[in-house]
Design a protein around this ligand. Structure first.
Ligand code: NAD
Length: 350
């Protein structure tokens, strides 16, 4: 298959992890007989340095002409207090492409159990996917801090189409996995969450072979720690998904391991590791490339429908870890490989 992928390395460790992931995608292309074209464009601090704009028009133009975007990370300490910040590029690009669903898989690798805060037996088989609604709900609802400074309010508002489209993403994702969706809500208290539950139930009618369960957000917070392996796909509102996906992320052992995808209506998507630009380790070969490598696997799965190739990458990561290959963050003081050496271990196992 022919595909065009735009690479946005960004700042800090972004260019280091993107370089390795592009190499890996190139290996997938030659190994499976595909023709991938790579464009590279600027976002974040580097784009401000060069153009004054964290998301130059040229970046949007290249993105529009591609099947998917693979991004590193944005953020530079020198812009922390600046009026134009690198992170604005990220919010703008999500908005420009109408990306309303944020997918964050969390998998616990048995060989890394010592790095996670739960007992090893609870982590066995943990492999879940959060689908978080990204453009609605309380983060975008009407809000007001009252003039007297004594009260303030925020509004949780969802419409049926907003819930329907994110529910479809969750059910379709579950069809590629273990065929179970857990919908998280607070339907016992909140009206918007009653609409959420009713709408998810209705959308479920289109997916006979997927099991649907409803869990209240407070119970879900507990179950993520007491029975994390029981979850497959979880679908949640913007705020609940934000909080719970961060809670679940610690089960993987390191921030450097976690991928993400932001999807809209069609197949186009923006893929990026969950971590930031990690300025404390930039340029030292200490960045764990797994989060970006697994984001590249998600790109193949969701934007290019190349499931076999996506799984080949995921298996290669697991195989590399099983041989004892480690990056600095997951070496526990033992010997570790540089970013490029670790990526080479994965590439070899493809
Ligand atoms: P961070 O994720 O960059 O780093 C947090 C800690 O995790 C650091 O100690 C870092 O060294 C470590 N870490 C992160 N990724 C790693 C990897 N791949 N391998 C090994 N260790 C890794 O978060 P932060 O320090 O709070 O933020 C730094 C900058 O990144 C800020 O400017 C922030 O705004 C930005 N940021 C960007 C994104 C994004 O691009 N999506 C997300 C979060 C933060």
């Amino acid at each position: 298959m022919k595909a065009t992928i735009t690479l946005l390395p960004g700042d800090g460790i972004g260019p280091e992890v993107i370089e390795q992931s592009a190499k890996l995608l190139q290996t997938v292309a030659s190994r499976f007989g595909h023709d991938f074209t790579f464009n590279e464009a600027m976002i974040g601090g580097i784009a401000i340095d060069k153009t004054g704009n964290p998301l130059p028009d040229e970046t949007l133009r290249l993105g529009e002409q591609s099947d998917a975007i693979l991004m590193g990370a944005v953020g530079l300490p020198k812009y922390d207090a600046a009026p134009i910040r690198p992170e604005q590029g990220l919010l703008k690009i999500r908005k420009h492409f109408g990306l309303f669903a944020n997918l964050r898989p969390v998998k616990a690798y048995p060989v890394l159990a010592d790095f996670a805060p739960l007992k090893a037996h609870l982590l066995e088989g943990v492999d879940m996917l959060f689908v978080r609604e990204l453009t609605g709900g309380i983060y975008f609802g009407e809000r007001q801090e009252q003039g007297d400074g004594n009260s303030a309010y925020d509004t949780e508002l969802y419409t049926v189409p907003e819930v329907e489209r994110v529910a479809h993403v969750a059910f379709r994702a579950a069809a590629l996995r273990r065929k179970k969706v857990t919908s998280v809500d607070k339907a016992n208290v909140l009206a918007a969450m009653r609409l959420w539950r009713k709408t998810v139930v209705k959308v479920h009618e289109d997916y006979n072979d997927i099991t649907l369960e409803h869990v209240l957000v407070d119970s879900c917070a507990m179950h993520l720690l007491t029975r994390p392996a029981s979850f497959d796909v979880l679908v949640a509102s913007n705020m609940f998904g934000d909080i719970l996906s961060d809670e679940a992320s610690v089960l993987a052992g390191s921030l450097g391991m976690l991928p993400s995808a932001s999807l809209g209506d069609g197949r186009f998507g923006l893929y990026e590791p969950v971590h930031g630009s990690a300025p404390d380790i930039a340029g030292q070969g200490k960045a764990n490339p797994i989060g970006t490598i697994l984001s590249a696997a998600m790109l193949l799965r969701y934007s290019l429908a190349l499931e076999t190739e996506a799984q080949a990458i995921e298996n290669a990561v697991e195989a590399a870890l099983a041989t004892g290959a480690r990056t600095a963050d997951i070496a526990g003081g033992g010997p570790w490989l540089s970013t490029s050496e670790f990526a080479q271990e994965v590439i070899t196992r493809l």
